[in-house]
Design a protein around this ligand. Structure first.
Ligand code: FEO
Length: 167
């Protein structure tokens, strides 16, 4: 049985995952406004992944007999001045989420909660992958510079297609 402290911490993380979805949805709409449709598609895909991260945690709480308390979401706040700024924000946000997951793992260890510790390992691996992929995109955006973003979109289209076919 999961402790109330552990369940509360997971409920906070569910909110962080839904906030991530909300943030990436905002960035998808902003990318559309900027005429960058492939970036918009990429952010939409990130949004769907974040919702999945949240609902997977919610299902875990239910499986453990704990309550899912959907906490209030803040309005997304990010630097929307350019696509480069938004990708920088994405890298920063994914590093923040990695730290949140790490804190949860440490709590599960302190609570001697082996089931939750094991459950969280999926997120530990997922965060390594997410930080690596957004950092790669950040490098590409910086290499391309503002004048080459449409060319970069073509490369991003290939990356999105490769990812979709691998899923
Ligand atoms: Fe659910 Fe991108 O962290």
């Amino acid at each position: 049985m999961i402790s109330q402290k552990m369940a509360d911490a997971i409920n906070v993380q569910i909110k962080e995952e839904f906030y991530s979805a909300y943030l990436y949805l905002a960035m998808a709409y902003k990318s559309e406004e900027l005429g960058l449709k492939v970036f918009a598609e990429w952010f939409q895909h990130q949004e769907a992944e974040e919702r999945m991260h949240a609902t997977k945690m919610a299902q875990y709480l239910l499986d453990q007999g704990a309550e899912v308390t959907l906490l209030q979401l803040d309005q997304p706040k990010y630097d929307k001045s350019s696509i480069s700024a938004m990708i920088d924000e994405t890298v920063k946000h994914e590093k923040f989420i990695t730290n949140c997951i790490s804190d949860l793992v440490n709590l599960a260890r302190d609570e001697k909660d082996n089931a939750t510790f094991n459950f969280l390992q999926w997120y530990v691996e997922e965060q390594v992958e997410e930080v690596a992929s957004v950092s790669e995109l950040q490098d590409l955006v910086k290499l391309a510079g503002p004048d080459q973003l449409l060319i970069l979109e073509e490369r991003l289209r290939q990356l999105v297609a490769a990812r979709n076919s691998a899923e």
